[in-house]
Design a protein around this ligand. Structure first.
Ligand SMILES: *Cc1c(COP(=O)(O)O)cnc(C)c1O
Length: 398
């Protein structure tokens, strides 16, 4: 007998749960895409998005998922022969690096493995070795969604400045924006990437690129050697509103985004970060307790754990069995592990992830943890006791 009938819950690290007001905002007819409401709404969204990213820089909006943004960011600054430096903390850095390689860049990777944040000192060494400044940009992922590892982006700016290296600092906050604290200007980020479907609580389909003056100057030097669709210049300074999106605006995604930003503005970004921090602490407290009596452990080391996503090891096929149980028996879909074990290896089904990003509250997180505990029990996976109790205590303390 299944206990899954009722409202299903998606606890995967993106797309996250869209708020009801966001879903409702999309349920309407077409509008004029040249003037009127959509123009004002887009400009207001841009201002609010820059406030969320803690920057005075403007934002270019693309009809694109995160993979497209990687290409957009690179297409505006790379010339043939340029190099990029990519510190990698999981899977997503590899994706961005591959994108750069296919665009003709010389890619210099520093792979920190699957369970460590970026070590800025190793980035320093790579910058020092680049005496003729071939490196045009450092491509850093703030939170790697596969490993749950969060890196210190401000430390990379300090290293760039201390070495007097002119490379742009680009940060991928697709998993983390509006979940983990992020300060584009204070941390010295030149180009920032985020997509709609994670902390920003909007269905997948639009992405955001904040670009500061230094990055815009690099792009200007390329003249018309930038592919028209990815070019951020007309999106930032359009001759007609139509050019802001390289064509027809994603009207309904913008309506949805407006509703999502209304929620963030009303709550306040500091409160949004705090909510994520407490709920993530609750998840971590439960994980520590489960691990005391069984194989479960968090992948990311202490101090580098994201407030948006937690990647967990159970070993063997246990994570796959757990996920199957929570989905079929309790209506909760957990994230699968990606890239943590070789396909076909004994631990291939041994990893899973909990998304706790965006429109999440205590009842959603505590419910998910209680369902995981039920699943661990039902699947005969040994685990420590009273994990949900300690998570509840974290929430109670706020
Ligand atoms: C989700 C994600 C991506 C990829 O975004 P898509 O929208 O799936 O293309 C890239 N980087 C990070 C850090 C992500 O979390």
């Amino acid at each position: 007998m299944s206990l899954a009938n009722g409202r299903p819950y998606i606890a995967i690290p993106g797309p996250s749960v869209p708020p009801e007001s966001v879903i409702r905002a999309m349920s309407r007819g077409s509008v004029n895409i040249y003037e009127g409401e959509i123009v004002d709404l887009t400009l207001a969204c841009g201002r609010d998005l820059s406030a969320v990213a803690r920057t005075a820089a403007p934002v270019a909006i693309y009809i694109s998922n995160g993979h497209g943004l990687w290409e957009a960011a690179l297409a505006n600054v790379l010339s043939p022969g340029d190099a990029v430096l990519v510190p990698i903390t999981g899977r997503f850095g590899h994706g961005w690096a591959e994108n750069a390689r296919r665009l003709g860049a010389e890619v210099r990777m520093i792979d920190f493995g699957l369970a460590s944040p970026v070590d800025p000192e190793r980035v320093r060494e790579a910058l020092r070795a680049d005496a003729d400044h071939k490196i045009r940009a450092v491509l850093a992922v703030h939170v790697d969604t596969a490993t749950g590892v969060r890196s210190d982006i401000a430390a990379l700016r300090r290293v760039l400045d201390e070495e007097g290296h002119p490379a742009l600092l680009m940060a991928d906050t697709i998993a983390s924006l509006a979940c983990d604290r992020f300060e584009m200007d204070a941390w010295g980020v030149d180009v920032l990437l985020a997509a709609s479907q994670k902390g920003l609580m909007t269905p997948p389909g639009i992405g955001f690129l904040w670009v500061n003056d230094k990055a815009r100057a690099v792009r200007r030097r390329l003249g018309d050697a930038v592919s028209p669709y990815w070019d951020w210049a007309p999106r930032l300074d359009p001759q007609m509103f139509y050019h802001r999106f390289g064509g027809t605006a994603p009207t309904h995604h913008l309506f949805a985004l407006r509703a999502a930003l209304d929620l963030i503005v009303e709550e306040g970004i500091e409160a949004v970060w705090h909510r994520h921090a407490v709920l993530a602490d609750a998840v971590r407290a439960a994980c520590i307790r489960w691990g005391e009596g069984g194989p479960l452990r968090m992948n990311a080391p202490e101090g580098a754990r994201s407030n948006a996503v937690t990647c967990l090891y159970l070993g063997q096929d246990r994570a796959e069995r757990l996920r199957a149980w929570t989905h079929a028996q309790a209506g909760v879909t957990l994230g699968l592990g990606i890239g943590m074990a070789e396909p076909g290896s004994p631990d291939a089904g041994g990893w899973f992830r909990i998304g706790h990003m965006g429109h999440v509250n205590a009842h959603m997180v505590l419910g998910t943890l209680a369902v995981i505990e039920a699943g661990l029990t039902a699947c005969d996976i040994p685990h420590g006791n009273a994990a949900v109790q300690v998570a509840a205590e974290v929430c109670a303390a706020g």
